[in-house]
Design a protein around this ligand. Structure first.
Ligand SMILES: [Zn+2]
Length: 373
């Protein structure tokens, strides 16, 4: 059977999700029994839940942290930006561009908690006083809250690894359908192609079939990854405006799609000492993963591939902001084993939910630690 023949239909996808949800009560409770303290504290179960947790942490420390809404998604969910510290080194950490990539926002929440509440996620302690003295930190932890909210409706604990194992071709298809439709509906493939945005007419036509927009898209039906040049998205515009005003030294964006985990650097647009700085930041993150026995691609950091059309965020971070650009991709399971950036490595396996959370947390904390000490 060819790969194409094995693809299940979309109605199959949602029937499967519905079945999984109907069967979910006991298994989800079972999962909760096994949840580590970090998962319980940081692994939020919907965008709304996550936004509330960010508010709770930030509002408990009004003297140290400013939280504000910089945009609102089309379905009315806020995009929050948090600002902490008063140091000369300005650092921005982004996550949650794609709703089907849940680990980044939760890892950033863990880092925020460590910084403000002096908790020690995964046994890691942060020198909060030194960090806030040396750095000014801008966090945009959930760039695309609408996508994250849709994802949570299909995967109630927001971890597809709980719901769609084993990692078969059919499940890969379900995963891509959930994230990327109506790409296949209109263009016959789940592979994303620029500009990866849908017109209001297309969205209406898709929604008339009874299905929701893919969770990698924003509520306006676009993929922010392809939106950094001729920017159309409300969330992308607000993020760009904030970063232009903030002028960070370094931007880290945490995704959760690749297999295996990898941090990409230097950006293909950087040269000489700039590239060296990016490489050393990426190496600091790799060392943190290594020290905590997490699986990742251990080769010397390599650039994220340059796109044939348009450009990605790293170009904009470099050329518009003059910032060092790092893209961290936390292992999202074996479903995502394609694309120019994919590199098969023996001995790798999908991360557990806790390991993925830990990987995202360590990416943020290792970067910050490297930049402020
Ligand atoms: Zn992503």
């Amino acid at each position: 059977m060819t790969r194409r023949e094995s693809l299940s239909t979309l109605s199959g996808l949602f029937a499967c999700v519905a079945t999984a949800r109907a069967q979910s009560v006991l298994s989800t409770r079972g999962d909760y029994l096994d949840w580590s303290s970090e998962e319980q504290r940081y692994w939020f179960l919907s965008a709304r839940d996550g936004l509330a947790r960010f508010r709770r942490v930030a509002y408990a420390h009004p003297d140290l942290c400013e939280l504000r809404e910089i945009a609102r998604s089309k379905t009315g969910l806020p995009v929050y930006a948090l600002r902490l510290g008063e140091g000369a080194r300005r650092i921005a950490i982004l996550s949650g561009m794609h709703g089907c990539e849940p680990s980044g926002p939760r890892g950033v929440l863990a880092y925020l908690d460590a910084l403000l509440n002096h908790t020690t996620p995964f046994g890691v302690s942060i020198d909060a006083a030194q960090t806030l003295r040396a750095a000014t930190l801008c966090l945009i932890p959930l760039l695309n809250p609408g996508g994250a909210q849709r994802f949570s409706l299909h995967f109630p604990d927001c971890w597809h690894g709980t719901w769609i194992q084993p990692w078969t071709d059919a499940n890969e298809t379900r995963f891509f359908a959930e994230g990327n439709e109506p790409e296949r509906f209109f263009y016959g493939t789940y592979a994303k192609k620029p500009p990866m945005r849908f017109t209001p007419q297309q969205i209406a036509q898709w929604e008339a079939t009874g299905h929701a927009l893919g969770s990698s898209l924003t509520d306006e039906g676009l993929d922010m990854w392809f939106d950094w040049d001729d920017t159309h998205g409300t969330e992308t515009k607000a993020t760009k405006a904030l970063l232009e005003a903030f002028r960070p030294h370094t931007v880290l964006d945490i995704h959760n799609f690749m297999f295996p985990t990898e941090v990409f650097a230097p950006t293909v647009y950087a040269q000489a000492t700039f590239a060296e700085e990016e490489r050393s930041l990426a190496t600091a993150i790799q060392k943190a993963w290594q020290a905590r026995s997490l699986l990742f691609n251990p080769r010397p950091p390599r650039p994220y591939p340059k796109p044939a059309e348009k450009y990605y965020e790293d170009y904009w971070f470099h050329h518009q902001l003059g910032a060092r650009a790092l893209i961290a991709e936390v292992n999202g399971g074996m479903l995502a084993t394609g694309g120019a950036e994919y590199e098969a490595l023996p001995g790798q396996r999908p991360l557990t939910r806790r390991e993925s959370l830990k990987s995202a947390f360590l990416a943020a904390s290792a970067l910050m630690n490297h930049l402020v000490t």
